[in-house]
Design a protein around this ligand. Structure first.
Ligand SMILES: [Zn+2]
Length: 402
């Protein structure tokens, strides 16, 4: 299986200028390809094949107004087209319902104002990790890298990224063999929620950690301060840079939390089950922002690849399973519950159920996992008395592959 390993890059100023050219050329090629296909589609012509698109790129480089494309590695430009082709394939697979995971829209034009600028160097581009620890990129130079952990094997490609805070990263793809952990007994269902980040079928509630909430608070504060600055002023530019840097810190803190939690869950359980696409269902509602901020889909993706890596079972449950309406004790389906109903009593068996834990138990049961419904049952009124410290704690895991 393939894993990504990310490291910070520190390009010198001439290298930053060269990278800016690479990002720009990759963007132009991607957009040119997208435009050719869109125009063909609008004119009722057949889909322009990958080979024809590649041939047109080669022809375009001969034209004087696109001659500057020759200043960057040709393999990087071919890769930009390959990315466009992959985006189209994902979109078509989504249309046909063949794609697992979130639905993909059609490819969109890239802009120089995008928060993330990126270009991919494959083996064809002949990038190289040098003995002195620098990363050699064709037509850019030897770029210093901070190796935060060792690269386990020869990478097949590297994506160079510049984020909105102006930081550079190298993201390597590494082919890795799964390393199964010893078998363990526990299994768990996970309900991803808005009040808590996650609720487990054994009754534990997991809140976002304090470092993340603190970073998010700081982000809201700097965003407010930006909105008070005058349009077009120097202060506004400065404030925008500050927002981008705080934003990058929040994203880092969130990723760190997702890594810790997903590793802990995979280590302590033989099988985990989560609800599929709850995200895209909710994302169309006004809850969209908190859903996006909670970053559930990246968390679920981590659970999935770590389950594969460590030989655990991973289950996605159809989003149409009415997990919050079915009694996890007796299986009777009740009426839909508005979000403010945190606990309810089953009319068939009389069990009092905690909404979130009941859902987590149902997710586990729908995946065929043997969990008990005990955790889901509450005494009437217990919800109101639940202490603030109810958030579940998990053992702190080791740092994991990013
Ligand atoms: Zn019941």
């Amino acid at each position: 299986m393939q894993l990504r390993y990310n490291y910070r890059l520190y390009p010198a100023s001439a290298q930053r200028a060269a990278l800016a050219r690479v990002f720009g050329c990759a963007r132009v090629v991607f957009n040119d390809g997208l435009r050719i296909r869109q125009e063909a589609h609008a004119a009722g012509l057949p889909y322009v094949s990958d080979a024809e698109l590649s041939a047109r790129l080669t022809a375009a480089k001969a034209a004087p107004e696109r001659a500057w494309l020759g200043e960057v590695s040709a393999a990087v430009l071919q890769q930009a087209l390959a990315d466009l082709n992959a985006a189209y394939r994902n979109f078509f697979a989504s249309l046909k319902g063949e794609r697992k995971g979130p639905k993909m829209g059609p490819p969109k034009f890239r802009s120089r104002k995008d928060h993330r600028q990126a270009a991919r160097f494959t083996a064809n581009a002949r990038f190289k990790v040098l003995a002195n620890g620098k990363l050699r990129l064709p037509k850019i130079g030897d770029v210093p890298v901070r190796w935060s952990r060792p690269l386990p094997s020869e990478p097949s490609s590297v994506t160079v990224i510049k984020d909105s805070a102006g930081r550079y990263f190298a993201s390597f793809v590494i082919e890795t063999e799964p390393r199964a952990l010893p078998r363990t007994e526990p299994v768990t269902g996970i309900d991803l929620g808005l009040n808590h980040f996650a609720v487990l079928s054994d009754g534990r509630r997991i809140a976002s950690p304090r470092f993340l909430r603190r970073a998010e608070k700081k982000l809201r504060h700097t965003q407010r301060s930006l909105s008070r600055k005058q349009q077009g002023s120097n202060n506004r530019d400065k404030a925008r840079g500050k927002v981008a840097r705080v934003h990058a810190r929040v994203a880092d803190a969130r990723r760190e939390f997702h890594h810790q939690l997903s590793t802990a869950l995979i280590r302590e359980n033989q099988a985990v089950a989560v609800e599929d696409l709850a995200v895209s269902g909710l994302a169309r509602t006004r809850l969209a922002k908190s859903v996006r901020d909670a970053g559930w889909s990246s968390f679920v993706a981590m659970l999935e690849y770590k389950a594969r890596l460590y030989g655990r079972e991973f289950h996605r449950i159809s989003r149409w399973a009415p997990t919050s309406q079915v009694c996890s004790a007796c299986g009777t389906k009740d009426s839909p519950k508005p979000l403010h109903v945190r606990a309810w009593q089953c009319q068939a068996c009389g069990a009092w159920l905690d909404r979130d834990i009941n859902a987590a138990v149902n997710v586990a049961k729908a995946a065929g996992l043997a969990v008990t419904a005990c955790g889901a049952q509450v005494r009437p009124g217990a919800m109101l008395l639940a202490p603030r410290s109810e958030a579940g704690t998990l053992p702190k895991p080791r740092r994991e592959a990013a």
